[in-house]
Design a protein around this ligand. Structure first.
Ligand SMILES: Cc1ncc(C[n+]2csc(CCOP(=O)(O)OP(=O)(O)O)c2C)c(N)n1
Length: 386
């Protein structure tokens, strides 16, 4: 089918934000998205789901594109982010290894189980027709499903799309400007103290996104506010969620609060963040060298120089923070100067006893955050959240 015409249909329905990882079966649709829409090249398919989810929260109707071999990379955010938060993404997943069609051996099993995986994840799907008119009707049905806040995926067979040349070559070089390493030993605050300091710096333009585990639960205890989102599942996805939200809401200040275990799980996302480079995002890493939330087991962060890594990925500033006062001062400075910033703070291995869990369901937290974003005096555009 004519890829451009299908792409225009997608655009007409309001789908203008795309994220994914390429597959040869989908290359024409991806080329269309790069040429004509906003396309974020994710490091892996799970990150793509998180990036698209962030953009959805920020008001964009979002699409993810992936090879079926990458659907497995996306299972964690598809089951524990988009499902509990009710984030309705439109997906296009290729069908490599279709039974009865010759393909490479690594696709054989996945070809047989792709649609079963979608069924198991409660994701409604259809094979995308190769006939444009039928496909347009399918898109309308998919759009209705999205309007009911349910995801919808198209499974795409070989030879579905006509050739669409890549017109726009993306290149984006962002050089790190400030890199500051630690220069003294310092007492390590607890995560609770660090979160309290971060929270004390927020204003009515700030959105705070807290990673999986006790980071979110402690932030909830400190103050359950409409501008908070607690990432209960999809460990490692908080930075990608932040990227999608920062790109779709450039007028908001996005504060991402990460843990070392979480960041290590999806460290490729730092490269994507550096490449797309939203100046309205600050990424704070609270490093306790542990999976503290699950009992304090050691991570492997001890030898990792996160400051160097974030700097080499293109974060404008990458800074070691020695104290809570310094943390507050850097946050204050960032609110004025902006620029994609990475703040690194070592914290002690300690959690508050008897921690509460958010009383609201994840989708209620998301909807509250959307209301906060859209009703804010500085930005009031609500798209796609019908
Ligand atoms: C994919 C996945 N694997 C494992 C877990 C269990 N889990 C929840 S929080 C957590 C530890 C997070 O560690 P870190 O980001 O360093 O934060 P900390 O708890 O140390 O503050 C783990 C392993 C999970 N929720 N999801």
């Amino acid at each position: 089918m004519d890829t451009k015409l299908l792409g225009e249909e997608l655009k007409k329905l309001g789908f203008t934000f795309f994220s994914g990882v390429p597959c040869s079966f989908l290359k024409s649709l991806i080329n269309y998205a790069i040429n004509e829409c906003d396309y974020v090249a994710a490091a892996n398919e799970g990150d793509a789901v998180a990036i698209a989810s962030g953009a959805y929260i920020g008001g964009k109707k979002s699409v993810v594109l992936m090879q079926n071999s990458g659907l497995t990379n996306a299972i964690s955010p598809l089951t524990s982010l988009t499902y509990p938060f009710r984030i309705p993404l439109l997906g296009f997943v290729s069908l490599r290894g279709e039974p009865g069609i010759s393909d490479e051996p690594q696709h054989e099993l996945m070809g047989r189980i792709t649609t079963k995986i979608l069924d198991t994840m409660d994701v409604e799907w259809q094979y995308l027709s190769k006939d444009l008119e039928e496909a347009q009707n399918q898109l309308i049905q998919a759009n209705e499903q999205i309007a009911r806040r349910r995801p919808f995926f198209f499974v795409v067979k070989k030879g579905t799309f006509d050739k669409e040349p890549l017109k726009k070559l993306q290149t984006s070089i962002h050089l790190n400007q400030i890199q500051q390493h630690g220069h003294t030993d310092h007492p390590m605050p607890t995560r609770y103290e660090a979160l309290s300091a971060i929270n004390s710096m927020k204003d009515d333009n700030t959105v705070q996104l807290a990673t999986t585990g006790k980071t979110g639960r402690e932030l909830y205890e400190i103050e359950d506010a409409a501008n908070n989102l607690y990432m209960v599942g999809s460990m490692g996805c908080i930075g990608s969620l932040g990227l999608g939200l920062a790109l779709s809401q450039p007028g908001k200040d996005i504060v991402v609060i990460d843990g070392d275990g979480s960041l290590l799980m999806r460290m490729g996302s730092l490269a994507t963040n550096g490449y797309y480079h939203p100046p309205n995002m600050v990424h704070i890493l609270l490093d306790n060298n542990a999976h503290e939330s699950t009992g304090g087991q050691s991570t492997v962060s001890h030898n990792v120089d996160f400051i160097d890594i974030a700097a080499s990925c293109g974060y404008t500033k990458s800074i070691y923070v020695h104290s809570l006062d310094e943390l507050k001062a850097f946050l204050q400075e960032w609110k004025v100067d902006k620029g994609l910033t990475f703040l690194y703070l070592k914290i002690s291995k300690y959690s508050k006893d008897q921690l509460a869990r958010p009383h609201m369901k994840p989708h209620e937290v998301k909807e509250r955050l959307q209301r906060f974003i859209y009703n804010s005096p500085l930005k009031g555009k609500e798209v796609g959240d019908s």
